[in-house]
Design a protein around this ligand. Sequence first.
Ligand SMILES: [Zn+2]
Length: 212
Amino acid sequence: MAETEILLDGFRKYRERYFAKHPEVYRDLLAQGQSPRFAVVACSDSRVDPAIVLQTEPGDIFAVRNVAALVPPYEQHGQYHGTSAALEFAVTELGVSHVIIIGHAQCGGVANMVHKEEGNQTGGTFLTGWTDLLRAARARALADNPALTGDALLAASERQSVLVSLENLATFPFIGAAVAAGTLHIHGWYLNIFGGTLEIWDPDKGVYEKVS
Ligand SMILES: [Zn+2]
């Protein structure tokens, strides 16, 4: 049996559960177009699919996934900015009300940056340049607690990475304008699927708080 058969089985189940039982959902999504309220930036990691973790339905979230759930800084003359293009579309065309950055535990992308910062060899042509955008996250984690190493340093860097992305998000003029107008809210979340926890960044208190 072809290895991809498991995916085709999945499609058949989806077709039965969603399409056959709720054709009206798809009629509406076609007739009215998509109008998701939420744009989510999540990691490409196979374990942290936001639609599964947040139990959303088709049309609910506009998802951008990349290595380390990273928002790069605004660059006016950049040419190939997949994440920036997706955010621009979500905010200026779809008019989402929320942008949510979802970092996660045991993130290979953040680990790549941490390892490189510690002088270890990291491979790839594109990966290291991308995760270099998160160098400040490790530096801030260590500034908070210089004794951090290993998994504790990785976890602290992951939480800080979400904050770096939030800051980068604010450098986009269309985001800043929408936030100032009160039509857009931005959020930083940290997901630990191994502990079954989700933490929400509270910018006023300057701490992550666990969802009960
Ligand atoms: Zn990741």
